[in-house]
Design a protein around this ligand. Structure first.
Ligand code: GRF
Length: 192
Protein backbone atom coordinates (compact mmCIF):
# COMPACT_ATOMS: atom_id res chain seq x y z
CA UNK A 1 0.00 0.00 0.00
CA UNK A 2 1.21 3.51 -0.83
CA UNK A 3 2.79 5.45 2.02
CA UNK A 4 1.01 8.55 3.24
CA UNK A 5 3.23 11.58 2.68
CA UNK A 6 3.04 14.04 5.55
CA UNK A 7 4.01 17.68 5.95
CA UNK A 8 4.13 18.92 9.55
CA UNK A 9 3.68 22.50 10.72
CA UNK A 10 4.62 23.46 14.27
CA UNK A 11 5.72 26.39 16.39
CA UNK A 12 6.98 24.68 19.54
CA UNK A 13 8.79 21.78 21.10
CA UNK A 14 7.34 19.17 18.77
CA UNK A 15 6.40 16.32 21.12
CA UNK A 16 3.42 15.40 18.92
CA UNK A 17 5.63 15.40 15.85
CA UNK A 18 8.08 13.15 17.70
CA UNK A 19 5.25 10.75 18.61
CA UNK A 20 4.20 10.56 14.95
CA UNK A 21 7.76 9.92 13.86
CA UNK A 22 8.14 7.19 16.51
CA UNK A 23 4.90 5.50 15.39
CA UNK A 24 6.35 5.44 11.86
CA UNK A 25 9.63 3.98 13.22
CA UNK A 26 7.74 1.22 15.04
CA UNK A 27 5.97 0.28 11.82
CA UNK A 28 2.56 1.30 13.19
CA UNK A 29 1.98 4.04 10.62
CA UNK A 30 2.72 3.58 6.91
CA UNK A 31 3.75 7.18 6.39
CA UNK A 32 6.72 9.38 5.74
CA UNK A 33 7.28 12.92 7.00
CA UNK A 34 8.89 14.75 4.07
CA UNK A 35 9.05 18.26 5.50
CA UNK A 36 8.64 20.04 8.83
CA UNK A 37 7.90 23.77 8.65
CA UNK A 38 7.96 26.31 11.47
CA UNK A 39 7.22 30.00 11.93
CA UNK A 40 9.88 30.08 14.69
CA UNK A 41 13.48 29.84 13.63
CA UNK A 42 14.56 28.19 16.90
CA UNK A 43 11.59 25.87 17.40
CA UNK A 44 12.44 22.49 18.93
CA UNK A 45 10.32 20.80 16.29
CA UNK A 46 12.84 21.83 13.61
CA UNK A 47 15.70 20.33 15.65
CA UNK A 48 13.86 17.02 15.96
CA UNK A 49 13.47 16.94 12.16
CA UNK A 50 17.09 17.91 11.50
CA UNK A 51 18.37 15.24 13.91
CA UNK A 52 16.47 12.69 11.86
CA UNK A 53 17.64 14.01 8.51
CA UNK A 54 14.15 15.25 7.64
CA UNK A 55 13.83 18.49 5.69
CA UNK A 56 13.30 21.32 8.20
CA UNK A 57 12.24 24.76 6.97
CA UNK A 58 11.74 28.05 8.76
CA UNK A 59 9.31 30.36 6.99
CA UNK A 60 9.37 33.94 8.29
CA UNK A 61 5.78 34.71 9.26
CA UNK A 62 5.73 38.42 8.39
CA UNK A 63 3.99 41.19 10.27
CA UNK A 64 0.90 39.46 11.70
CA UNK A 65 0.78 37.68 15.05
CA UNK A 66 -2.11 35.29 14.52
CA UNK A 67 -1.62 34.26 10.89
CA UNK A 68 1.06 34.18 8.23
CA UNK A 69 1.33 36.96 5.69
CA UNK A 70 -0.19 35.70 2.40
CA UNK A 71 3.26 35.53 0.77
CA UNK A 72 4.59 33.44 3.66
CA UNK A 73 1.60 31.08 3.49
CA UNK A 74 2.11 30.78 -0.27
CA UNK A 75 5.71 29.76 0.46
CA UNK A 76 4.44 27.07 2.86
CA UNK A 77 2.11 25.77 0.13
CA UNK A 78 5.01 25.70 -2.33
CA UNK A 79 7.15 23.64 0.07
CA UNK A 80 4.32 21.18 0.79
CA UNK A 81 3.45 20.78 -2.89
CA UNK A 82 7.11 20.35 -3.85
CA UNK A 83 7.24 17.38 -1.45
CA UNK A 84 3.93 15.97 -2.80
CA UNK A 85 2.36 16.01 0.64
CA UNK A 86 -0.95 14.09 1.02
CA UNK A 87 -1.83 15.32 4.50
CA UNK A 88 -0.82 18.49 6.35
CA UNK A 89 -0.46 17.85 10.08
CA UNK A 90 -0.54 20.82 12.46
CA UNK A 91 1.38 19.91 15.60
CA UNK A 92 1.49 22.83 18.00
CA UNK A 93 1.17 25.35 15.16
CA UNK A 94 0.16 28.63 16.77
CA UNK A 95 -1.37 30.49 13.82
CA UNK A 96 -4.66 30.49 11.99
CA UNK A 97 -4.64 28.95 8.53
CA UNK A 98 -5.95 31.06 5.65
CA UNK A 99 -6.99 30.69 2.00
CA UNK A 100 -3.77 29.82 0.18
CA UNK A 101 -3.21 26.78 2.37
CA UNK A 102 -6.89 25.83 2.81
CA UNK A 103 -7.50 25.98 -0.94
CA UNK A 104 -4.36 24.02 -1.77
CA UNK A 105 -5.23 21.18 0.66
CA UNK A 106 -9.03 20.83 0.97
CA UNK A 107 -9.92 18.46 3.86
CA UNK A 108 -6.27 17.49 3.95
CA UNK A 109 -5.22 19.63 6.94
CA UNK A 110 -5.69 18.38 10.50
CA UNK A 111 -4.89 19.76 13.95
CA UNK A 112 -4.70 18.44 17.50
CA UNK A 113 -6.12 20.54 20.32
CA UNK A 114 -5.71 19.89 24.07
CA UNK A 115 -9.40 19.96 25.03
CA UNK A 116 -12.66 18.20 24.27
CA UNK A 117 -13.85 20.60 21.58
CA UNK A 118 -16.16 22.42 21.06
CA UNK A 119 -15.44 23.25 24.71
CA UNK A 120 -12.37 25.38 25.39
CA UNK A 121 -10.95 26.41 22.02
CA UNK A 122 -7.98 28.77 21.99
CA UNK A 123 -4.92 29.07 24.17
CA UNK A 124 -4.07 27.06 27.29
CA UNK A 125 -7.34 25.18 27.12
CA UNK A 126 -6.29 22.80 29.94
CA UNK A 127 -6.21 25.81 32.28
CA UNK A 128 -9.66 26.84 31.06
CA UNK A 129 -10.99 23.35 31.83
CA UNK A 130 -9.43 23.35 35.30
CA UNK A 131 -10.80 26.80 36.14
CA UNK A 132 -14.26 25.80 34.93
CA UNK A 133 -14.30 22.91 37.42
CA UNK A 134 -14.59 20.21 34.78
CA UNK A 135 -14.11 16.58 35.85
CA UNK A 136 -12.73 15.46 32.50
CA UNK A 137 -10.69 16.87 29.67
CA UNK A 138 -8.76 15.36 26.78
CA UNK A 139 -7.75 16.09 23.24
CA UNK A 140 -9.41 16.47 19.86
CA UNK A 141 -8.17 15.92 16.32
CA UNK A 142 -10.13 17.98 13.83
CA UNK A 143 -10.07 19.20 10.26
CA UNK A 144 -8.72 22.71 9.97
CA UNK A 145 -10.84 25.56 8.67
CA UNK A 146 -10.29 29.33 8.80
CA UNK A 147 -11.50 29.59 12.41
CA UNK A 148 -9.73 28.90 15.69
CA UNK A 149 -10.24 25.21 16.59
CA UNK A 150 -13.62 25.21 14.80
CA UNK A 151 -13.21 22.56 12.09
CA UNK A 152 -15.11 19.28 11.95
CA UNK A 153 -14.12 16.87 14.73
CA UNK A 154 -12.51 13.59 13.64
CA UNK A 155 -11.70 11.93 16.98
CA UNK A 156 -11.34 12.64 20.68
CA UNK A 157 -9.69 11.01 23.68
CA UNK A 158 -10.76 11.72 27.25
CA UNK A 159 -8.61 11.97 30.35
CA UNK A 160 -9.85 12.50 33.91
CA UNK A 161 -9.24 15.72 35.82
CA UNK A 162 -8.09 14.74 39.30
CA UNK A 163 -8.81 16.70 42.48
CA UNK A 164 -5.15 17.55 43.05
CA UNK A 165 -4.36 18.41 39.43
CA UNK A 166 -2.32 21.49 38.61
CA UNK A 167 -2.28 23.05 35.16
CA UNK A 168 1.02 21.27 34.54
CA UNK A 169 -0.08 17.81 35.68
CA UNK A 170 -3.28 18.03 33.63
CA UNK A 171 -1.47 19.24 30.52
CA UNK A 172 1.05 16.39 30.87
CA UNK A 173 -1.78 13.82 31.08
CA UNK A 174 -3.46 15.34 28.02
CA UNK A 175 -0.20 15.22 26.09
CA UNK A 176 0.18 11.48 26.77
CA UNK A 177 -3.29 11.03 25.22
CA UNK A 178 -2.35 13.29 22.29
CA UNK A 179 0.73 11.23 21.50
CA UNK A 180 -1.43 8.09 21.25
CA UNK A 181 -4.37 9.63 19.40
CA UNK A 182 -2.60 11.63 16.68
CA UNK A 183 -0.80 8.71 14.97
CA UNK A 184 -4.01 6.63 15.22
CA UNK A 185 -6.02 9.31 13.45
CA UNK A 186 -3.38 9.87 10.77
CA UNK A 187 -3.57 6.13 10.04
CA UNK A 188 -7.26 6.58 9.10
CA UNK A 189 -6.18 8.74 6.15
CA UNK A 190 -4.36 5.77 4.62
CA UNK A 191 -7.72 4.25 3.76
CA UNK A 192 -9.15 7.28 1.96
C1 GRF B 1 -0.25 20.39 22.06
O1 GRF B 1 -0.77 20.37 23.36
C2 GRF B 1 -1.32 20.56 21.03
O2 GRF B 1 -2.54 20.04 21.42
C3 GRF B 1 -1.43 22.04 20.88
O3 GRF B 1 -0.12 22.52 21.04
C4 GRF B 1 0.63 21.61 21.82
C5 GRF B 1 1.86 21.27 21.05
O4 GRF B 1 2.77 20.54 21.79
N1 GRF B 1 -2.05 22.38 19.62
P1 GRF B 1 4.01 19.87 21.06
O5 GRF B 1 4.81 20.98 20.37
O6 GRF B 1 3.53 18.84 20.11
O7 GRF B 1 4.81 19.29 22.18
Amino acid sequence: MKKLILGVLGSGKGSNYRAIQEAIDRGELNAEVRVVISDFENAGILDIARDRGIRAEYVAPGKFRTKLEPEAEAKVVELLKAEQVDLVVLAGYMRLVKEPLLEAFPRQIINIHPALLPKFPGLESWKQALTAGETKSGCTVHYVDAGMDTGEIIAQREVPILLDDTAESLHARIQVAEHQLYPEVIRLFLRQ
